[in-house]
Design a protein around this ligand. Structure first.
Ligand code: 1PR
Length: 555
């Protein structure tokens, strides 16, 4: 029996699912006594450090935890569950940690993107029972903005490279804690978790010398909606138009398809509830069920988007965006993605110049951490003849417009590409970062479903404006396009839908093509350069600085 400490924030369901998958039962600690009497305790800290310590204090868990940790019984901390062991964190300097290991968590100081998100290697510094069946050259899933600085060198179990080396796991007696998420690290993570659960007592050093660094992520995306027959299906648009001969395209069932992508090796899976802007997700229970069922069998990160906003139902009941996000996290999501509501939030933020602390972006990132908040941008290209024509971020383009223009900007849209808004993608992304978002999912309506390759100019424009990770999306037609986007831009991840759904390109094929493309760490500069190829036609929506709000794109 594993006792799991759930202080009420974030996705503990994944950890429960992973443990149950390994044949063990889980008891959730709800009282201090549950901690004191535990035989084997797992603490999957999720969210923000201050919020976590506040909840632990409120539930009177601090003292029992200290007693447990000093008792010599097995303990596994994950992510914030590792930070909690230290004296404190820069993330919330007024909230002391448990003080079991000397040191504290500090924010990454780097030119690389923060949060550090993705699959990275570990370098073992000492033997451990959790390394049974681990080769040493596996990658594990990380998602964090803070890392621990450990003052006790004997407690360092592994280090990981990201602009220098940081401590990615610690061990002190029977206490083990990892910065990475074993429950989200596929087969390798499950092996590690299994060693802890089984109580392996032989400490081993992994045989291989790890040389792997952070890899570029391959994300499979499932656009989900109810079709006209009332079935929840995975669909796929051409420039966001998901209907063919009047019918919503049906490319499969969400849970089954997500499982297929996990088994085929996707690094991450994203569900977008594409009609969420008009439905209320908490009324749309199928999406919660999809997450619950998926997270039972899929052990890589899950993102869910669509309809995350404040909502008042027809009886006058109010649900906040935070309530919606909470329901998704508890159903098994690791990250939520906000689209339309984020545009409204940013337009208001730019108008007033004030952060309210209450917008969905701020509220969710304060509770769950910025790494849990993705912003989905749905822009299309607008050509202009001069930079003065609009007050937006204009770029030079190698793809001339219909009148031969070599300047354009990227207009944000809402409601599934139905409504053009008076906001450009670069300004939008920057403002979202300021408000606390942790990642950008950068779609491109012109390229969506065209198989013509990612819009590299858009990706470069946004990527160079923000310091949070960017997932390039829309237009992937081949493994070459993944290689191209990882060579020609600094996007940390690339997403595809159509080619994976239709089995035109496999995840394996993409992986083999990009295998040597770890994210450029300081000592690892990529030498490969490819010619930019612009194939296929690019949809053109508007020209000449039509910068006001506009309607009319098919969705
Ligand atoms: O606005 O917060 O309710 O969120 C709605 C979400 O649904 C947004 O993230 C928005 O991007 C998405 N969405 C809305 N309508 C559509 C549509 O297609 N009609 N899909 C839609 C977005 C874009 C990508 C797609 C890639 C890759 N789909 O996610 O999967 O373009 O496709 P490809 O590889 O086939 O080219 P809110």
């Amino acid at each position: 029996m594993i006792t799991l400490l759930d202080y009420g924030a974030g996705n503990v369901r994944s950890v429960v699912n992973a443990i149950e998958r390994l044949g063990e039962t889980v008891k959730i600690a709800v009282t201090p006594d549950d901690i004191l009497t535990a035989e084997r305790l797992v603490f999957p800290g999720v969210g923000a450090f201050g919020n976590m310590m506040h909840h632990l204090r409120q539930k009177a868990f601090i003292e029992p935890l200290k007693v447990y940790l000093q008792s010599g019984r097995p303990f596994l901390g994950i992510c914030l569950g590792m930070h909690a062991l230290f004296d404190g964190s820069e993330e919330a300097p007024d909230q002391p940690g448990l003080g079991i290991i000397s040191g504290k968590a500090v924010r990454f100081q780097t030119d690389l993107s923060v949060p550090h998100i993705g699959w990275n290697g570990i370098r073992a510094k000492q033997p451990s029972p959790i390394f049974n069946n681990i080769d040493g050259d596996e990658r594990f899933y990380f998602v964090h903005s803070y890392h621990v600085v450990c003052d006790d060198p004997d407690a360092v179990l592994t280090t990981t490279r990201y602009d220098g080396s940081f401590v990615s796991a610690v061990q002190k007696g029977a206490i083990v804690a990892t910065q990475f998420h074993p429950e989200k690290s596929g087969a390798s993570g499950l092996k590690l978790l299994e060693s802890f659960i089984k109580g392996e007592d032989v400490a081993v050093l992994p045989p291989a010398d790890a040389t792997v660094d952070l890899s570029r992520r391959i994300v499979a995306c499932l656009d989900v909606r109810t079709n006209d027959a009332g079935d929840l299906v995975v669909t796929k648009g051409d420039q966001y138009d998901v209907r063919e001969s009047g019918e919503v395209r049906n490319l499969g069932k969400p849970v089954a398809l997500a499982r297929r992508y996990f088994e085929e090796g996707a690094d991450e899976i994203t569900f977008l509830n594409i009609t969420g802007f008009r439905d209320f997700p908490l009324g749309d229970l199928p999406m919660l069920q999809v997450l619950e069922e998926t997270s039972r069998n899929v052990f890589v990160p899950l993102t869910i988007g669509g309809g995350i906003r404040d909502f008042v139902d027809r009886h006058g009941n109010h649900s906040s965006a935070l309530d919606v996000a909470t329901a998704y996290f508890r159903a098994g999501a690791d990250k939520i993605s906000i689209g339309s509501d984020a545009v409204d939030i940013v337009l208001e933020y730019l108008r007033t110049g004030q952060k309210t602390g209450e917008s969905a972006i701020e509220a969710i990132s304060q509770v769950y951490g910025s790494q849990a908040v993705v912003i989905s941008i749905d822009p299309w290209r607008v050509y202009v003849s001069s930079t003065d024509a609009v007050s937006h971020h204009v770029i030079e383009t190698q793809i001339p417009g219909p009148e031969g223009e070599n300047l354009c900007w990227y207009q944000c849209t809402t409601a599934g590409g139905r409504k053009g808004r008076n906001l450009d993608a670069v300004t939008f992304a920057k403002a979202c970062e300021e408000l606390g978002a942790g990642e950008i999912l950068l779609n491109c309506i012109d390229r969506d479903g065209t198989n013509s390759g990612f819009d590299l100019e858009l990706i470069n424009a946004v990527k160079s404006a923000v310091s949070i990770p960017v997932i390039a999306s829309s237009g992937a037609g081949s493994a070459d396009h993944f290689e191209e986007v990882f060579t020609e831009t600094k996007a940390e991840a690339a997403l595809a839908a159509g080619i994976f759904h239709r089995r035109e390109v496999s995840i394996d094929e993409v992986r083999n093509r990009i295998d040597d493309k770890s994210v450029s760490l300081p000592s690892k500069i990529m030498m490969v350069r490819l010619l930019i190829k612009f194939t296929g036609s690019v949809g053109i929506h508007q020209t000449q600085g039509k910068s006001s709000e506009s309607c009319g794109h098919p969705g």
